[in-house]
Design a protein. Sequence first.
Length: 302
Amino acid sequence: MSTETIHRRPPGVEPLVIMQDVGKSYGNVHALRGVNLEVYPGEVTCVLGDNGAGKSTLIKIMAGLHEHTSGSFEVNGVKRHLASPRAAQALGIATVYQDLALAPLMSVWRNFFMGNEIRSGLFLDARRMKTIADEELQKMGIQIGDLDRPVGGLSGGQKQCIAIARAIYFGAKVIILDEPTAALGVKQSGVVLKYIAKARDAGLGVVFITHNPHHAYLVGNHFIILKLGRLTLDAPRDALTLDQLTAEMAGGQELDELKHELGDVNPGKVVDPDNPEIELAGPGKPKVQAGSSRDHEPKGEV
């Protein structure tokens, strides 16, 4: 797959984040090597890869949890070594993890402002926080209804959307979503993907971490694939189809080698578990394989 990049963005638009040859080593273990990534406003950049591909390490570098050990990491045109998540947030980079950092027993509006509460004197300004939370959620098209209800009673898709809206309200310019649809069903995944598109339409740079190429292709503008800490695909949407993305994600060469290894395996074969030498052509229809002892059994009288 070609890694040539086709730009279809307005002239003069600069990337919010640039990673050039970024690497991360833990002693002699290289979790990332030579990764290049650009995040533009108003675009969804999808980062795909299987477990152990390096996605989590990439997130931790961008979120300020770990510093990269090689290459350069620029935010708004300035080279950075982020020492903490708070440093990343100060630069407008917010990360929504799978666990969402929501308190299940607390209300929607308390979760929305958790750690950033608005006070009126010595007391919380609950009315103002409810009003703001409701307005911001409605901007994203989220209808919660009762903001006093505990977050734990909401669906997985609604929880993801609250976390996204919260990040946007508190000044995020780049939002990193860590496998937001991994534990969701089809309908709830669709809800989250819709709000990812809304975040893009609001002008944010979205980094969508996923192992699902179908979800990525529904909202993605640009795609990169990581394998064993290395970049194996860097392509815009115009340069590949969903089938090509899926094949690259699965590993086209690896699949070809696997098919060769399994060349003699009949995937439609069904056998009788009590008599493994008998192959069943269909339910209740035994087909005695040639050379089996059953071929020589005397036939009963009719």
